[in-house]
Design a protein around this ligand. Structure first.
Ligand code: SF4
Ligand code: SF4
Length: 148
């Protein structure tokens, strides 16, 4: 529906998504939720691993052995991810390594990335996990007159 929506450009749709997202964040507190940390296994870049290993006073091999697994199921982007969920760094819905959390966690749920129009499939799955994504998509559907 978005790809053929001619009343707004892709950039205007992005701006609308950003506006709704900012407003939605004001009413949802991640420290009362923590569902993404319970259900997802974030990827860690080399830089993320280095930063986290330093924080935990380990070397990268120890970090990988204790907390990570190598995931090559996505042949385009194989790499290291947290091996367990809930995430071992989650405690009572709060991230205990917040300052050193992986870039993947910082970006989640990716509502501030551009080109929303072309990312709708990727944004449907998080509606089952993240209340922010669910609320943003529901409001977007209402504003754009989406009907099934
Ligand atoms: S590292 Fe922190 S923010 Fe990322 S999944 Fe684990 S608890 Fe959540
Ligand atoms: S699922 Fe969404 S609302 Fe819940 S903690 Fe994660 S980002 Fe925050």
């Amino acid at each position: 529906m978005l790809k053929f929506y001619d009343k707004m450009s892709d950039e205007q749709i992005d701006t609308l998504v950003f506006t709704i997202t900012d407003r939605t964040w004001d009413s949802i507190d991640c420290t009362e939720c923590g569902r993404c940390c319970m259900e997802l296994k974030p990827m860690l870049s080399e830089k993320d691993q280095f930063r986290l290993a330093k924080r935990l006073e380990m070397n990268i091999e120890q970090l990988r052995k204790q907390f990570l697994e190598y995931d090559d199921t996505d042949i385009d982007e194989p790499g290291w991810r947290i091996k367990d969920h809930p995430c071992p760094f989650l405690w009572d819905k709060v991230c205990t390594i917040y300052e050193e959390r992986p870039e993947n966690c910082r970006q989640y749920p990716y509502l501030h990335k551009p080109n929303f129009t072309y990312r709708t499939w990727g944004m449907i799955e998080p509606t089952f996990t993240c209340p922010v994504v669910y609320c943003v998509i529901e409001e977007l559907k209402e504003k754009l007159g989406f009907r099934v």
